[in-house]
Structure formats: structure tokens, C-alpha cells
Ligand binder design. Structure first.
Ligand code: SF4
Length: 126
């Protein structure tokens, strides 16, 4: 599995989404491992970030709030044993399977990577 993560970080093209984006254009992502946010900012030659308009948040605080309010859906999808998977709410857990270990905020495009962001005017994903 880690080989797949390392290879993805060296890919010619990396396709991903963002957990949230703000009115100011900041991208906000929270990862458990960190490989996804790493590959969004350094490594691949080209990154496409595709997301639905439902990921739009007024500001950074609201962006993090929306991510935390929706993390339980991914926890359930991945069959993780986190408190949010059971209760539907975040309790800032210490679970070994915690999904929220790395928070990355992209204020502007990092200088060494080519990123294209495509926002689709539909509700997509969590
Ligand atoms: S910190 Fe834990 S309980 Fe909260 S959303 Fe993340 S995984 Fe779920």
C-alpha cells in the first residue's frame, strides 16, 4: 500500500479532490496519512483537483467545520472504527484509525507544481 502512495506522489498526473475551498480560493484538506495533501503540493508533474460546489465554504473556519461534519461518512465508507463512524459526530478522537491527523491549507498555488482546479456546479462527494 505504501508503494502505491509513493508511486502516486511521483505520477505524471495526479487526480484528486479537495475537502473544502473558501470564497478566497484557499484549499483545505484533512488527511489521516498525509499522502494526499503531500501529492497535491509537491511531486506529481500535473495535479487536477476536481470538486463539487458543495465544497465551498465562507472562510477557513467554516471549511474545517464542514470537513469535520462530513468525516464520519468517509469513516463509515471505509469501515473505520472511529467514534464519528458510530455517532456521526467528531469528538476529536485518539483512535488509531483517526482520519484527521494532517490539516493542509493551500493559500496560493505552490511554486513547484502545476495545479488545475475544476469546480463543478453540482453537489459531489462529502
Ligand atoms: S477526529 Fe476522530 S472522531 Fe473526529 S472526525 Fe476525525 S476521525 Fe472522526
Amino acid at each position: 500500500m505504501d508503494n502505491a502512495r509513493i508511486n502516486a506522489s511521483r505520477a505524471d498526473v495526479y487526480l484528486t479532490s479537495t475537502n473544502a475551498f473558501t470564497v478566497k480560493g484557499q484549499l483545505v484538506n484533512i488527511d489521516g496519512v498525509g499522502n494526499r495533501v503531500t501529492s497535491m503540493i509537491f511531486g506529481p508533474k500535473k495535479v487536477y483537483i476536481i470538486c463539487g460546489i458543495n465544497k465551498l465554504a465562507e472562510n477557513l473556519e467554516k471549511a474545517i467545520e464542514r470537513i469535520k461534519e462530513n468525516t464520519y461518512k468517509n469513516a463509515r465508507r471505509l469501515n473505520l472504527k472511529t467514534p464519528c463512524a458510530i455517532t456521526g459526530k467528531c469528538n476529536d478522537c485518539d483512535s488509531p484509525q483517526r482520519m484527521c491527523s494532517v490539516t493542509a491549507i493551500l493559500e496560493k498555488k505552490p511554486s513547484k507544481i502545476d495545479i488545475e482546479i475544476i469546480i463543478i456546479n453540482k453537489s459531489l462527494g462529502y
